[in-house]
Design a protein around this ligand. Structure first.
Ligand code: FAD
Length: 432
């Protein structure tokens, strides 16, 4: 959408096909009756360092709808949640000697200061963190964090630059949009439409064929094929290979080499809070059937959701994992059975509604020297561009980076095809 927004501002004629019934993709949300705000299907927040996103919000003239809050983040350690979101909580964290804490603190400080992430890309996070923080801090803090994001199959492959990016850019205050993320995406969609973007919801693209140098025919499940001179695919590497038949073997092999895992998230609406004040609790897979508990209503107030308490139980796993095959009720029971460990008073009668969301392409795996393998935004097919979460390395996937890449691809296309532009809608270009 951010690519469409800029391309329309530059004066290009844009059609945006969206398979879903709403815009927003993985960050989209829904609103139940009685709720003032929508809730995201997968837990979402922004950081103060998400400057591309905050810049776009400002550009749209709706900065007054941004809000932020400092939240409590904890890790499960030795049968209880232990706060770990500030230097003070680090000093108090149990299970680490004074020396371990000092080494951990010094490493975190260095990671926040250094800008040379390229140096860290050639080594796995496991190797680097054991060497510099020590084995105990690795086992207690870092390993659960890596496992929480990349599961057993991939956590050992992740490169240290990915950890650097998280430590370097994250802030303890989280940001969001009043009304929920969906309200922001709907607003951006409205602006796109008012600039002339032809936004077609519930229209999945099924094929993109190159019919001449720089001319593509976009075929959709609904309606007539559309001939275009530029096509931007904004989805997984698998989506690109499925849609486009003209990719070279070599390029296809590069796309297939980009690994990723999926996410399974159970969203609960409860009549009571589950935890006392913690927004985010990282959980060990050895004791829990999921990896993170996010109590959304310790961030956004419950009165936005009709007084209900909104809780996510999230897990990352490969798309061939049982969680992708099980009946939704079975995943529900597996996850809910573990909630009493987080609050012994929990009773399933507190649950008034629940939803299960599963997404096979949720988290790219940034292995060693990843950036050398990431395909650029321009594909080898003339007029075909691709952007996805797999291309934002070393940064962790996020809406901010989707916006940054969307705007970057718009600028690239505008440069490549400047001769074909009609009258510009806005003279001022976004600096990227
Ligand atoms: C569990 C989880 C937690 C996250 N937490 C955060 C967070 O806290 N903060 C944050 O900033 N980001 C977070 N993210 C990441 C964020 O959601 C993504 O980075 C962002 O949504 C990527 O945007 P995108 O437009 O590149 O891709 P997507 O959001 O995947 O959008 C792709 C779009 O393409 C559409 N589509 C797919 N196939 C077709 C087709 N054939 N035809 C037409 N349309 C099609 C899809 O319906 C979708 O709307 C999280 C993601 C997950 C999974």
């Amino acid at each position: 959408m951010s690519a469409a927004y800029d391309l329309a501002r530059y004066g290009h004629s844009v059609t945006l096909f969206e398979a879903d019934d709403r815009v927003g993709g993985l960050a989209s949300g829904f609103r139940e009756s009685g709720w003032a705000w929508s809730v995201e299907r997968f837990y979402h927040h922004w950081f103060q360092t998400d400057t591309d996103l905050l810049g776009l919000v400002q550009e749209l003239g709706v900065s007054d709808r941004l809000w932020s809050k400092r939240v409590v983040t904890a890790f499960w350690h030795d049968g209880q949640p232990c706060q770990l979101d500030s230097p003070l909580s680090l000093l108090r964290f149990p299970g680490l000697s004074l020396l371990d804490r000092f080494r951990l603190g010094a490493t975190l400080l260095w990671l926040r200061k250094t800008r040379n992430w390229q140096l860290l890309e050639s080594v796995t996070a496991r190797e680097w963190l054991i060497r510099y923080c020590g084995p105990r801090a690795y086992e207690t803090i870092w390993k659960p964090l890596l496992l929480g994001k990349f599961a057993e199959a991939y956590y050992g492959d992740v490169n240290m630059a990915w950890v650097w990016a998280r430590v370097h850019s994250r802030t303890s205050a989280l940001w969001a949009f009043k009304g929920g993320f969906q309200a922001f995406f709907d607003l951006l969609a409205e602006r796109c439409s008012s600039l002339g973007v032809d936004l077609r919801l519930r229209v999945p693209v099924i094929r993109v064929d190159q019919v001449g140098r720089g001319t593509h025919v976009v075929r959709t499940a609904v309606g007539e094929p559309l001939e275009v001179d530029v096509c931007v695919v904004t989805g997984s590497p698998g989506l690109l290979t499925r849609l486009v038949s003209d990719l070279s073997e070599d390029y296809r092999a590069r796309l297939e080499g980009l690994k990723f895992i999926g996410a399974v998230v159970l969203l609960l609406s409860l009549t009571r809070p589950l935890t006392s004040n913690t927004y985010w609790t990282g959980l060990p897979k050895s004791h829990f059937p999921f990896l993170v508990l996010v109590e959304h209503t310790h961030f956004a107030p419950p009165n936005c959701f009709g007084g209900n308490h909104v809780v996510y139980c999230g897990d990352y796993c490969h798309a061939d994992h049982d969680y992708f095959k099980m009946a939704p009720e079975d995943v529900f029971h597996t996850f809910v059975d573990a909630l009493a460990s987080l609050n012994p008073e929990f009773n399933p009668s507190w649950i008034n509604r629940w939803w299960l969301f599963r997404e096979p392409y949720a988290q790219p795996i940034p292995s060693v020297n990843y950036s050398a393998r990431v395909p650029s935004l321009r594909t080898p097919c003339d007029g075909l561009y691709w952007l996805s979460m797999s291309q934002i390395h070393p940064w962790d996937r996020g809406v901010n980076h989707a916006i940054r890449l969307g705007r970057a691809v718009a600028k690239l296309i505008d440069g490549d095809f400047s001769g074909r532009r009609s009258a510009p809608v806005a003279e001022q270009r976004t600096e990227l």
